[in-house]
Design a protein around this ligand. Structure first.
Ligand SMILES: [Zn+2]
Length: 74
């Protein structure tokens, strides 16, 4: 059974692929509730970005993203 909700990358419009075992490709999900001092007071924005678009996106940043390696606890 497929999930009821399809995740689509907002930048390129491609679907986030579902891999064997029901896992999806890794992707970035952003949810931002804009606050009082913003022009979008009280509005929540959310979108998903696939890994490929994420890579292109952060490549356009002036500063590199900070990076840490996660130690997996198994
Ligand atoms: Zn994309």
């Amino acid at each position: 059974m497929m999930g009821t909700e399809k995740t689509v990358c907002s930048m390129c419009g491609n679907m986030i692929r579902v891999l064997d075992g029901g896992q999806t490709e890794d992707y970035l999900k952003i949810e931002k509730k804009w606050g009082y001092f913003s022009e979008r007071d009280g509005i929540t924005h959310s979108f998903c970005i696939c890994e490929k678009c994420y890579n292109n996106w952060i490549a356009s940043f002036q500063l590199p993203v900070s990076e840490q390696e996660t130690t997996e606890l198994l």
